[in-house]
Write a protein that binds this ligand. Structure first.
Ligand code: PGA
Length: 212
């Protein structure tokens, strides 16, 4: 990991692929949702290449128009709601969250997933989060980040958004915040070519370094 140059008093987390290991569930259900919403199915051997695409490129390759995104997101969210037990947090996430909370980092979460799924999967680890903002559109996270900054009264330069997708990085930078990229998420390193995350986290336990 590149050590963050400063301690970040406010750390905002993405959920899927960052805290929750939902990629296997996403892939297992992908073609079912593709059939329902009439976009391209994927084959096992395409997955790695698709993880290297940004959201716009992915949508173009799969034939997903923007207007279908909320409908597709809703289908995944509903499916996940009925299968929450199949999704767990990445190993080490609970101790990383309690380490940060213990060291007085304010924790928040901005996700495009639903509040019910996020809180259901986090379970009692939810207690570490001061702010939880769910239901953001994939391209609409910057406004949610700004709202948390305002509510928390923290200047953007003292906050970091930690996520796994290029859209997360774009949102953080649009909100003038630092972005921390995790290596265990949906997006592969190739998807981040041309992006400049302020921090890289190679292992979950590295997240504790946000506390300085
Ligand atoms: O990383 C993403 O953009 C997707 O994750 P989210 O569902 O928690 O928003």
């Amino acid at each position: 990991m590149n050590n963050p140059p400063v301690r970040y008093p406010l750390a905002i987390f993405d959920f899927d692929g960052t805290l929750a290991d939902s990629f296997p569930f996403f892939i297992a259900n992908f073609n079912r949702i593709a059939d329902r919403h009439r976009f391209s199915r994927i084959r096992e051997e395409e997955i790695e290449a698709l993880r290297g695409c940004g959201a716009r490129e992915l949508m173009a390759r799969l034939g997903i128009p923007f207007w279908k995104l909320p409908l597709i997101a809703r289908s995944f969210i509903t499916l996940m709601k009925d299968n929450q037990a199949a999704i767990s947090l990445f190993d080490g996430v609970p101790s990383a969250l309690s380490c940060l909370a213990r060291r007085d980092v304010t924790l928040a979460l901005v996700s495009s997933n639903s509040h019910a799924n996020v809180t259901g999967i986090l379970g009692h680890h939810c207690r570490h989060f001061r702010y939880v903002d769910c239901g953001a559109s994939v391209f609409g996270k910057a406004a949610r980040l700004r709202k948390i900054l305002r509510t928390a009264g923290v200047p953007p330069g003292q906050a970091i958004y930690i996520g796994d997708q290029p859209t997360d990085c774009e949102a953080a930078h649009a909100a003038d915040m630092a972005f921390g990229l995790v290596s265990w998420g949906y997006g592969s390193a190739h998807a981040f070519r041309g992006f400049r995350p302020q921090a890289h986290f190679d292992q979950v336990k590295d997240l504790c370094r946000i506390a300085g």
